[in-house]
Design a protein around this ligand. Structure first.
Ligand SMILES: O=P(O)(O)OC[C@H]1O[C@H](O)[C@H](O)[C@@H](O)[C@@H]1O
Length: 185
């Protein structure tokens, strides 16, 4: 029997997920501009890279028990002082939980239940976050370097963005003169 070399890498804290069949996507400001309060975004600004997502899974995604391994990198971008954030979503399958863990940078994890009640947790290198299946989750970069967050979740979870569009997170996150401010919508 031959001992094999690893076929996948995720060198922590700063590396990306590397290997065959790793999925990669990115969001520019033009893809997520509706999330922000500001309506004064220039055409040039719309091409700003906001966040990148790497993910990996094997086999049939519809098969109960399969997992995604993920990495999200949110760049330190501020839109008129409002912090860079992911779209945020519930899982289509509300029974599916998720783990997030902080790798680099400084952020917030916003959690919102189905009644629209929100809480926020600090995300720091080494922090581990359990996300219950019935909570919407959004990541926010509140620092000055890229925020890198690892994640693990079931391939059958799905992304329900519509529920968050219909009932947005009730607070916007700003950084004003170095201070984080949560502003109610
Ligand atoms: O899809 P978003 O809400 O924009 O979040 C970006 C990504 O963040 C994490 O990596 C999640 O585990 C992914 O499922 C999600 O796609």
């Amino acid at each position: 029997m031959k001992i094999k070399n690893p076929k996948l890498w995720h060198k922590m804290p700063g590396g990306i997920i590397e290997g065959e069949n790793v999925l990669y996507s990115r969001k520019y400001l033009k893809d997520v501009e509706n999330l922000y309060k500001s309506k004064e975004i220039s055409n040039e600004g719309k091409n700003t890279l906001m966040y990148e997502v790497y993910s990996y899974s094997e086999g049939d995604e519809t098969q109960y028990g399969n997992l995604f391994w993920g990495l999200t990198i949110l760049h330190p971008v501020y839109i008129e002082k409002e912090c860079n954030m992911t779209k945020g979503h519930f899982h289509e399958n509300r029974n599916c939980v998720e783990y997030y863990f902080g790798l680099e940078g400084e952020g917030l994890l916003l959690l919102m239940d189905e009644m629209g009640q929100m809480s926020a947790e600090k995300v720091l290198p080494g922090s581990l976050h359990y996300i219950a299946g019935n909570f919407a989750h959004r990541l926010v970069n509140i620092g000055e370097i890229p925020l890198k967050i690892g994640a693990c979740w079931p391939t059958t979870a799905g992304h329900d963005y519509r529920a968050v569009e219909e009932m947005p997170f009730p607070y916007r996150i700003y950084k004003n003169n170095g201070k984080i401010e949560l502003v109610e919508r």
